[in-house]
Write a protein that binds this ligand. Structure first.
Ligand code: ADP
Ligand code: ZN
Length: 715
């Protein structure tokens, strides 16, 4: 006799609670937590995950008629593991969203469908195979039998194709570690003994990768699995190749732009085989199992943070949570760790391990700062380049070296101004200047970098008809200037416009590594994880654009980027040169690169400043971001929300704003921010709860639901 059961089901929605459903099961049978079921909610069908079985009395107290039966089981879908559920709850708790929102991020709808189709196709193939085997066994005539066998082999072939991984090479042995590497390695193992994450601070080229690989090898040898997190896969192509040499069988590469079917394939792989996942932040949400080691490379990188939609999480923090759930070893690595992680070392939450020697013993590159205002006065500028830098580039090319040039802004020109009325051409939907882009065929278009809208370029001001003048050279324009200034050189550009095509981008990186390109121009992409042995000069143009933002983190981030870029050159034995063109040559960030004060000391200064003002890492910042199409309403609502937060009873918190961000209107919506600084003490979790409850209450009370989002640890 089937028995009626009541189950709680987590839905991939922003619900704060888990609705109850009923289903019937034969007596004595269980419905395990994590089972995926089809249910109807608010008139729509969803695939949810069972989180608990509710006691009959509790269920009935809601009223039996209000509890709907499930539509059915989601056939062929794997169960959600208890570790996945635990991670979703922790992420939701920390980032003030709901477990349902994390569920949705982990299992996007498309992915669920793909997973099902795959399961169904495999099921059908299995059935066909069984049928054929039967037919073969029963066949009387030899002729028919042979035909069945042929058909069976075709089915088998299709099945194996569906599981094909591509050709697999024999794994190679890792190199011997240097003494310095070995020393760092033992220190990391020591940190692991105290169940803490290790922070490996190692200058670029010190050979952190080899240490990670050794740790990974041990973990896999012990029968446990590895998650290797990187900020962006595209920029880790060299790393990927390196890992593939060592772990040809275990490597699974998973990045955010991955198709649903690729992701489902990776999921099904890691459910069954020993694995090393190399992935971007979202790979923390794969159905991990027996995780023994979590590596977070370039842990300071802002790309680990997801801004939108919820969960607005940082992959580094989520990876630490995941590692702890599995009792895995955790190692974070960077040449320029985040202040947050350094702070965690200072309070002994992490263990710090330094690796100061470069593997090839190269010295730090020299830094040369060029004051563009002074140069302009002396007539020393040609377009975006100073004559000094032009000389340096020519010298490098003459010596057979390669050059990388960083300009933070993509586009041809970052702004257009009317020569008659002085108007800056803005996007009609955003409070931001439009930039001018040139396509390969020479056609020009105006692009908004905030909402993505594209406009025809007429060359005249829409207000007065005056001629437009481009201001601010972007990467495309720099590329053009480079071609004119260095006519013999082979030049390429790397930014998110040129990288839209992945094949093209890999081609550019490969060509540069193989010295088929002399000068590479690009955005911060050129500063990230490449190892180019021929690169001996790196230069930043208009470095001021890195400092410009009125944000307390701008200096930290500028320093990290510049240090990282500097580490790109002179990686073998010869010394490289790092040229910075700026109009603020005395800025402390450059001073610290020059070595007057040293990066270490700058970090200390930055930390002292943060402490003085009570900024992170000495407090936690949460932004309440409000969006609204209506200007007067957003003004009123944010003022009232700020007042409500002040009255909410949070202890020791500071509430700043509301204020307008630098770009305060995007895609027609106005944006305002209230910043809440919470002390990092025992009241933190109570304060966070109070904050989120107050926002919920405010949204409901004022009929303003969906306008306010909370961003914990914004970047
Ligand atoms: P990081 O990640 O710290 O910037 P890498 O791991 O990329 O440094 O190492 C820099 C270079 O040194 C690479 O070319 C790498 O192959 C080489 N290298 C590092 N350790 C060793 C080792 N133990 N034996 C041989 N080569 C090494
Ligand atoms: Zn726009």
């Amino acid at each position: 006799m089937p028995e009626l059961r009541y189950i709680q089901v987590l839905l991939p929605l922003r619900l704060k609670w888990e609705p109850l459903y009923s289903c019937s099961l034969p007596e004595g049978e269980e419905i395990p937590v994590g089972t995926r079921v089809r249910v109807e909610f608010a008139g729509k069908e969803y695939v949810g995950a069972v989180t608990a079985e509710a006691a009959r009395e509790a269920a009935l107290s809601i009223g039996e008629n209000r509890i709907k039966p499930i539509i059915g089981y989601a056939d062929g879908l794997e169960r959600i593991t208890t570790e996945e559920l635990a991670l979703w709850r922790q992420v939701a708790d920390y980032y003030l969203c709901t477990a349902g929102e994390v569920f949705k991020a982990a299992y996007p709808q498309g992915k669920v469908e793909e997973e099902e189709t795959k399961a169904r196709i495999n099921e059908r193939l299995k059935q066909r195979l069984a049928r054929k085997e039967e037919q073969i066994a029963r066949a009387r005539k030899e002729e028919t039998r042979l035909r069945y066998i042929e058909e069976r082999d075709r089915i088998l072939e299709e099945m194996s194709l569906r599981q094909a991984q591509g050709p697999v090479n024999e794994p190679v042995e890792g190199p011997e570690l240097s003494d310095a590497q070995n020393d760092a390695y033992s220190k990391i193992k020591n940190v692991f003994k105290s169940w803490k994450p290790a922070l490996l601070r190692g200058v670029t080229g010190s050979g952190k990768t080899e240490i990670y690989l050794k740790l990974a090898r041990e973990t896999l040898d012990n029968g446990r699995n590895v998650l290797f997190l990187v900020p962006e896969i595209a920029l880790s192509r060299q790393l990927e190749d390196r890992i593939r040499e060592f772990f040809p069988e275990e490597l699974q590469v998973v990045h955010s732009a991955e198709s649903a079917s690729r992701r489902a394939e990776a999921s099904s792989f890691i459910r069954r085989k020993p694995y090393l996942v190399l992935g971007t932040r979202s790979s923390v949400f794969l159905p991990h199992r027996d995780l023994g080691l979590v590596i977070v490379d370039e842990e300071h990188d802002q790309s680990y943070k997801q801004d939108n939609p919820a969960p607005r999480y940082n992959g580094r923090e989520a990876a630490i949570m995941l590692g702890k759930i599995f009792g895995a070893d955790i190692v974070l690595g960077s040449a320029t760790p985040s202040l947050e992680s350094l702070y965690n070392c200072s309070v002994r939450r992490f263990g710090l391990v330094d690796l100061n020697r470069r593997y090839f013993d190269a010295e730090d590159s020299d830094v040369e700062i060029i004051d563009t205002i002074a140069e302009r006065r002396k007539n020393g500028m040609v377009g975006s380049f100073s004559r000094k830098l032009i000389d340096r580039v020519n010298g490098t090319l003459r010596d057979g070296g390669q050059v990388a040039i960083l300009r933070e802004r993509r586009s041809y020109s970052t702004m257009l101004q009317c020569q008659e009325c002085g108007e800056i051409i803005k996007c009609p939907s955003c409070n931001a200047a439009l930039s001018l882009h040139k396509k390969d065929d020479g056609t020009e278009r105006l692009v908004c970098h905030y909402c993505g809208r594209v406009f025809e370029y007429k060359g005249t001001c829409s207000k007065c008809g005056g001629a437009l003048r481009p201001l601010g050279a972007g990467t495309q324009r720099i590329e053009e200037e480079v071609n004119t200034l260095f006519p013999g050189a082979r030049v390429a550009r790397l930014d998110s416009d040129s990288a839209r095509n992945r094949k093209l981008e890999t081609g550019i990186i490969k060509d540069f590594a193989e010295r088929k390109i002399d000068i590479l121009v690009g955005t911060r992409m050129v500063a990230k994880g490449f190892d180019f042995s021929g690169l001996s000069l790196v230069a930043v143009l208009q470095a001021d654009s890195l400092l410009g933002q009125q944000d307390y983190r701008a200096d930290e981030q500028a320093l990290q980027l510049l240090e990282q870029f500097r580490g790109r050159c002179g990686r073998r034995t010869e010394k490289g040169l790092f040229v910075i063109q700026t109009s603020q040559p005395d800025h402390p960030v450059y001073r610290s690169l020059l070595g007057d004060s040293g990066v270490e000391e700058t970090v200390t200064t930055l930390l002292a400043e943060r402490k003085l003002f009570g900024y992170p890492p000495y407090s936690r910042v949460i932004n309440a971001v409000v969006k609204d199409y209506n200007l007067s309403r957003i003004g009123l609502m944010t003022r009232d929300l700020a007042a409500a937060l002040k009255d909410s009873g949070m202890k020791g918190c500071r509430i700043k704003g509301p204020y307008s961000p630098a770009v305060d209107r995007v895609a027609r919506e106005y944006i305002r921010v209230i910043r809440i600084l919470l002390p990092k003490d025992r009241s933190l979790s109570v304060n966070k709860k109070c904050l989120s409850d107050t926002v919920d209450w405010f949204e409901k009370e004022r009929k303003y639901v969906g306008h306010v989002s909370l961003d914990v640890d914004p970047v």
